[in-house]
Design a protein around this ligand. Structure first.
Ligand SMILES: *Cc1c(COP(=O)(O)O)cnc(C)c1O
Length: 387
């Protein structure tokens, strides 16, 4: 049975070109980039090239890119680094209620460290209102962190507008762009951001490596103390092969971004159309147009999202109930609750996210199998019969 992978928001397979680029750095070019002999130099050259590729993808300068151990570390570094560096100026942070756990849990931690956090609400589509950001600013506000696009429902936020508000108020602005970099344009100057998090394994690179863009002049203290790597901003011997792979992935996604955007958006639209036409009482969550090209999040009344995902798995189709990080917990998704879905409806939701290796045949197959799966589940539901 050919498996169909529809969970690209959770992670992506690595491209073969990326693996090829990494291979020498795992074997013969094994040097420590801080060493002054030739082995070290080779490794350093690899890192420099990768830094250039990531900087280009983001429209940033090379010296503004700090490599990290992933998206979660980049988020932690941004929030803790700026909060602790600006403690004497203020102790207030603004974020949204639909952030990834990497941001939300870091903000919860900051509350135990003497900071106060405002968690802004979102509308029924998952949009943050820039006026709400403006109104939440107080003299003590030192950081605003709002994600570029949501990993569960795909809604893309008005980041550039929020960025202007932050800049006017002189407040540092961070965005978690892990879901957008490599998939839609995410240029730091167009977005008006001071910091931006990204992660290689969401754009066909390796796991365990990411980057934080830090605009020149931003006051921030390191998360990791030790050696002088990454311009004194992130101690520890660099993950050379991982960084090199990240660079290659960044270079390739930049080249293909427009073409893939169009191809994947049209597959997404076709799948949504097919499902909405062939299944009754099914609803799309998130914004109809301000959404990631690859994201489909659906509520199917009288079913459980988890049953849909398990039954799809039996047919070789990998979907998800939402965030990979909460799929083992019994709590309904904080994002679906924030857009106003009642708890029991939130349980009836699931997510499909498309990517590079999906084809039109995949869309045909899912369009055929999914209505069958839903019909079978509803046939077992007394509530569906009684409705
Ligand atoms: C995946 C993801 C992260 C975490 O990135 P890791 O590299 O897995 O630590 C953070 N934010 C968002 C929006 C994500 O989708």
């Amino acid at each position: 049975m050919k498996r169909i992978y529809l969970d690209y928001a959770a992670t992506t397979p690595m491209r073969s070109e990326v693996l090829e680029e990494m291979q020498p750095y795992l074997t013969e070019a094994f040097g420590n980039p801080s060493s002054i002999y030739s082995y070290g130099h080779e490794a350093k050259v690899g890192i420099d090239k990768a830094r250039m590729a990531v900087a280009r993808l983001l429209g940033a300068r090379e010296e503004e890119i700090v490599f990290t151990g992933g998206g979660t570390e980049a988020d932690n570094f941004a929030i803790k680094g700026v909060a602790f560096a600006n403690r004497s100026k203020g102790n207030h942070i603004i974020t949204s209620s639909i952030e990834h756990h990497a941001v939300l849990e870091t903000c919860h931690f900051m509350e135990t460290q003497g900071f106060t956090v405002t968690y802004l609400p979102v509308d029924e589509y998952g949009l943050v209102n820039p006026d709400d950001v403006k109104n939440a600013i107080i003299p003590e506000t030192i950081l605003i962190t709002i994600m570029h696009a949501n990993n569960e429902i795909g809604t893309i936020q008005p980041i550039s507008e929020i960025g202007s508000i932050a800049r006017e108020a002189g407040i540092c602005f961070h965005t978690d762009a892990v879901q957008t970099v490599g998939h839609i344009p995410a240029h730091v100057n167009e977005l008006n951001v001071d910091m931006l998090s990204t992660s290689a394994h969401k754009l066909y690179g390796p796991k365990g490596v990411g980057a934080l863009y830090i605009r020149k002049g931003t006051r921030i203290v390191p998360l990791m103390h030790g050696g002088e790597q990454e311009n004194n901003r992130r101690a520890s011997t660099e993950n050379v092969a991982g960084i090199v792979g990240f660079g290659k992935a960044a270079e390739l996604t930049k080249l293909e971004l427009e073409e893939e955007f169009t191809r994947i958006t049209s597959m997404r639209e076709r799948l949504i159309d097919n499902l909405v036409t062939n299944v009754n009482e099914i609803h799309l969550n998130g914004h109809p147009t301000k959404r990631l090209p690859n994201n489909i999040n659906l509520t199917v009344d009288y079913t459980e999202g988890e049953s849909i995902v398990l039954n799809l798995d039996l047919k070789g189709i990998c979907a998800s109930t939402g965030s990979a990080c909460t799929s083992s917990s019994l709590e309904p998704s904080h994002v679906l609750v924030a857009i106003g879905l009642p708890q029991e409806i939130a349980y009836s939701s699931f997510r499909m996210t498309l990517g590079k290796w999906n084809t039109d045949e995949d869309i045909d197959r899912v369009s055929q199998l999914l209505p069958e799966v839903i019909a079978n589940l509803r046939a077992m539901s007394p509530l569906y019969k009684k409705r």
